[in-house]
Design a protein around this ligand. Structure first.
Ligand SMILES: C[S@@+](CC[C@H](N)C(=O)[O-])C[C@H]1O[C@@H](n2cnc3c(N)ncnc32)[C@H](O)[C@@H]1O
Length: 224
């Protein structure tokens, strides 16, 4: 009989599930790699919001970055910890139970904020977008990716087969998140499509230094 508390059993089940999906064409590790390949110039430390079972965060840590992952689901975090240990990246990945709408980090704490397939799970966008724009440092990247129509269709069918209930889809779309972050001063650098995902990379501009024109003229005279 299955024991729901047996972590090893849950890890094996999850690995079987993702291998089954990979053979059917939905490869989570390849999708995570596509996200990171689109995010050129990524700097750490990296915050992953809605880290779930850690597919993206583990890939980020494999590339040598220090990562903090937050999620509201303690069970997903437990599994993510076990999967990170199997992947040999526990030392670079810290997993914390926290709501993306109220991130417990200081302003500008992260070189990048990333999130994969979590937007459509959010109950509300505005406080999450406020937090994301706040915790990424100036010059840092925000990398948001969510399922395309084909991806949502795939996951919808898979979820119904597995759990007998429809896959939850909230009201927060990638387009709405991009518009919200643009309204908070971030610049969209690129949007890339894969078979299953739409990946957007944004940058928080560095503050423009205000230079007094008289100082510049004076400095130029002195240097002559
Ligand atoms: C499909 S999973 C994400 C998959 C994950 N990013 C990966 O790479 O494997 C969506 C996750 O978003 C989390 N989530 C939903 N609302 C959240 C919130 N307000 N703050 C943090 N996590 C949230 C859910 O608990 C769930 O684990």
């Amino acid at each position: 009989m299955k024991n729901p508390d047996d972590l090893d059993e849950r890890v094996s089940e999850y690995l079987l599930k993702i291998e089954h999906d990979r053979q059917a064409g939905f490869d989570r590790r390849a999708e995570a790699a596509s996200v990171l390949n689109a995010a050129t110039g990524l700097c750490g430390p990296v915050l992953d919001i809605g880290v779930g079972k850690g597919n993206l965060a583990i890939e980020v840590a494999r590339r040598g970055f220090d990562v903090v992952g937050v999620d509201t689901d303690p069970e997903a975090l437990r599994l993510a910890r076990a999967l990170a240990a199997r992947a040999g990246v526990s030392a670079r990945l810290r997993l914390i139970e926290a709501d993306a709408a109220a991130l417990p980090f200081q302003d500008g704490s992260f070189g990048a904020v990333v999130s994969m397939n979590a937007l459509h799970h959010l109950a509300t966008a505005e406080p999450v977008l406020d937090s994301v724009a706040r915790v990424v440092r100036s010059g840092g990247l925000v990398v948001l990716t969510d399922l395309s129509a084909a991806g949502l269709d795939w996951i919808g069918k898979r979820h119904l087969e597995d759990k007998g209930v429809p896959h939850p889809v909230g009201l927060v779309t990638l387009d709405a998140a991009l518009a919200g972050l643009a309204g908070r001063g971030l610049e969209v650098r690129c949007v890339t499509l894969t078979r299953w995902e739409t990946i957007a990379v944004l940058r928080k501009p560095s503050p423009v230094m205000e230079v007094d024109s008289q100082d510049v003229a004076g400095h130029a005279r002195q240097s002559l």
